[in-house]
Design a binder for this molecule. Structure first.
Ligand code: AMP
Ligand code: GLY
Length: 423
């Protein structure tokens, strides 16, 4: 089977790496890919939102399945684009259709969905420019800190957590009146602050059945001890030690089941990953957000722990036979540490040569922002590569990753040396 993975990050390298191990793969393509995917697949230089270009590549290369990595093309309706095209409609697309992708594309939509299906989440109200006075009044009724969320996609930057009421009001004005996050902040969701520890649960569904995948926890802040600016993610571990049987059963019954049932009830076709961002408040799980894709770098620890053939898994998703699959997991822990460019998540330079890749042992390198430059592999983004390792527990796995990171070098290389510090 010929398969195309869309995207260019560590998540897509991991998915491609896993698919490349399948006995069912004939040709594997990644668009646009990176220096890591170039080693195991054919990179096609097409952007993930260039639907026409993707169509051409799919037809030209007899691609039979498209696995969509990032949210953007899903929210823009790539799955619907395939279904509505006579030549593409029988090609399997892994990733939800546009309507269900609104679970990530609109915070308000996600909140209404949770309310409708009794899924525990923070109390909220949403506001637009015409209801800004009500928004300010609502802020006055809340305790600190204040949580303001741009409704739409804002590249992970649309959530503000503020301690001062006046600052919260002024940020609300800037989001609604000055388009702080562009169109994404035409509507703003204000919600109750939940205090607890976060974890992520991943579900794969074919719209009928579902599988709960291994849990993971990522570390989003740039600085050690969870300080400084938010990033796409600086590292992750799986499984999450505090996600015991009791908590997982609550998550399953109160959140996963009603989510899948809710999608069916609301007529929202869904074939793909659901990433549920959770916070454990006391002993109870609450949903912070839905994403309609895998997480990055969570993928780099979740997917390696799944032993099944992923072509078989995705075919089962496409044919709605996921219930027939018996998920086989690696009991060991996996940890990943992200190497980032100096300056990231603010401005940084690209094109730095990455040295030491040949010396890695006992770890898997998943490329993110890299490209091939002649004989060299050079940096090409803020998050450069994730170093994943296994161990009997996450600490042992981390030791392996850090030992290998010691062999790697590029100018300005930065990483967090305290992944898992809070566990
Ligand atoms: P989101 O983009 O919705 O995942 O939010 C980004 C981050 O903001 C989350 O990972 C949480 O750390 C934090 N956050 C979002 N909503 C809340 C909330 N209601 N209470 C506490 N923290 C939150
Ligand atoms: N690591 C968080 C995300 O993928 O959204």
């Amino acid at each position: 089977m010929n398969i195309l993975v869309l995207g260019s990050g560590g998540r897509e390298h991991t998915l491609a790496w896993k698919l490349s191990q399948s006995k069912h793969i004939s040709k594997l393509y990644v668009a646009p890919g990176n220096a890591g995917t170039a080693l195991i697949a054919n990179n096609i230089p097409i952007g993930v939102n260039d639907f026409e270009g993707i169509k051409e590549a799919v037809l030209e290369n007899q691609i039979e399945m498209v696995v969509v990595g990032p949210e953007d093309p899903l929210v823009k309706g790539i799955h619907d684009y395939f279904l509505n095209d006579g030549k593409l409609k029988n090609i399997a697309v892994i990733g939800p259709q546009k309507a269900a992708a609104s679970l990530e594309g609109s915070k308000q939509f996600a909140k209404e969905f949770m309310l409708r299906h009794n899924i525990p989440t923070a109390a909220y109200q949403s506001f637009t420019a015409t209801t800004i006075t009500e928004g300010e009044a609502f802020l006055e009724t809340l305790n600190t800190p204040y949580v303001l969320k741009a409704d739409g996609l804002a590249a992970g930057k649309g959530v503000l957590i503020l301690n001062d009421l006046n600052e919260a009001k002024s940020e609300l004005r800037s989001m609604l009146l000055d388009s702080k996050f562009g169109e994404a902040s035409t509507t703003v969701v204000i919600e109750e602050f939940l205090s607890g520890i976060e974890l992520s649960v991943f579900v794969l569904t074919d719209g009928k059945g579902y599988k709960i995948l291994p849990t993971a926890k990522d570390y989003k802040r740039i600085g050690e001890g969870d300080t400084g600016l938010n990033t796409g993610g600086m590292g992750a571990i799986s499984p999450v030690p505090f996600a015991d049987k009791v908590l997982m059963e609550k998550i399953h019954q109160r959140i996963v089941k009603p989510t899948i049932e809710g999608l069916k009830m609301d007529n929202l076709p869904y074939k793909g990953f659901i990433f549920i961002g959770l916070i454990k408040v006391g002993d109870d799980p609450f949903v912070i957000e839905y994403n309609v894709r895998m997480g990055d770098p969570e993928t780099e620890v979740v997917i390696p722990r799944i032993k099944n053939d992923f072509v078989e898994i995705f075919q089962a998703v496409a044919n709605q036979r996921l219930d027939d699959i018996d998920l086989k997991l690696d009991d060991r822990s996996a940890s990943t540490v992200m190497l980032v460019s100096g300056g990231y998540p603010e401005s940084y330079e690209k094109g730095k040569e990455i040295k030491g890749l040949d010396e890695i042992s006992d770890s898997q390198v998943f490329h993110a922002g890299t490209r091939i430059d002649g004989e060299k592999v050079v940096t090409n983004g803020g998050r450069v590569m994730a170093i994943t390792s296994f161990g009997d527990d996450f600490k042992k796995a981390l030791e392996n990753s850090y030992r290998n990171i010691g062999k790697l070098h590029f100018d300005g290389m930065n990483f967090r040396s305290d992944i898992g510090f809070d566990l």
